[in-house]
Design a protein around this ligand. Structure first.
Ligand code: SAM
Length: 255
């Protein structure tokens, strides 16, 4: 039985066989790899993953799809649960996991933030996301797409935009272009106060047209910015990740 796509679970299923091979091929799976697929849906990627000699875990929220998956892929471990409620410490007992997912676009940003905090259990992640989100994640300073998501992503992971995927690769077709990104956790800046960094980023990028003298006024004086070798006339988008880390450490030390 083919189940109807559920909009509330962001179900756009991959149907382009060439694209499915290209995505799974980009993982270069080795024997014994621990692969975790988020949102396997109708098993488009799962079929190809299960053909490789890996240890496979599937996380699917939709009960009906999960029931079909358990019959089709009996060798895989199936977790029929909302991935947002799953504690990734679940995977800490063994070798780091490799995550793959054509992610439901409605939860992609909160899910990414959750996974960034689970980095020590993760070897790498391959995700299909909206192209616009991938462009923001990989953006460099002083570009239009650079913002909070760029800083938070690149703080936790090395990023590689692999390739774009057109709407006709899916059924039903999404309205937007998609892309596949590879994220490799880099365990950078584990000493920094993440909550404070987030507060600073929210403040900075909610005023991205202002100078940092104004946008960061709540946190740093002009003298303090200058002591960090930051020109107060710069705009939030001109600051590098290291600049934001320096600001966060400085503010943390004076609190
Ligand atoms: N991997 C399949 C493919 O490429 O054809 C399906 C991708 S579809 C874009 C997203 C999948 O994630 C759906 O199967 C959906 O039911 C599942 N999903 C949505 N929200 C989820 C959640 N919070 N936790 C786990 N799975 C979820």
């Amino acid at each position: 039985m083919v189940l109807r796509a559920r909009k509330r679970f962001g179900q756009n299923f991959l149907v382009d066989k060439g694209m499915i091979q290209k995505i799974v091929g980009s993982l270069d799976i080795k024997s014994g790899d621990r692969i975790v697929e988020i949102g396997p849906g109708r098993g488009a990627l799962t079929q190809s993953l299960s053909d490789s000699p890996c240890d496979l875990t599937l996380i699917e929220i939709d009960r009906d799809l999960a029931a079909e998956l358990s019959i089709r892929f009996p060798e895989a471990k199936l977790i029929n649960q909302d991935v947002m409620k799953l504690d990734f410490d679940h995977f800490q007992d063994n070798a780091p996991i490799r995550i793959i997912g054509n992610l439901p676009y409605n939860i992609s940003t909160p899910l990414l933030f959750k996974l960034f905090d689970s980095g020590e259990h993760i070897h790498d992640m391959h995700f299909m996301l909206q192209l616009e989100v991938v462009d923001r994640m990989t953006a460099l300073p002083s570009t239009k797409a650079y913002g909070r998501l760029s800083v938070m992503t690149q703080l936790h992971c090395h990023t590689e935009k692999l390739f774009e995927v057109p709407p006709q690769s899916f059924s039903p077709r999404p309205k937007v272009q998609s892309a596949v990104i590879r994220l490799t956790p880099n365990r950078k800046a584990t000493d920094v106060d993440k909550k404070l960094l987030e507060d600073i980023l929210i403040q900075a990028f909610s005023m991205r047209r202002k100078t940092i003298r104004n946008a960061l006024r709540k946190f740093l004086t002009v003298d303090e910015l200058e002591s960090l070798h930051l020109d107060p006339k710069l705009r939030p988008e001109n600051l590098t990740i290291d600049d934001y880390l320096s600001c966060t450490r400085f503010v943390g030390d004076k609190q």
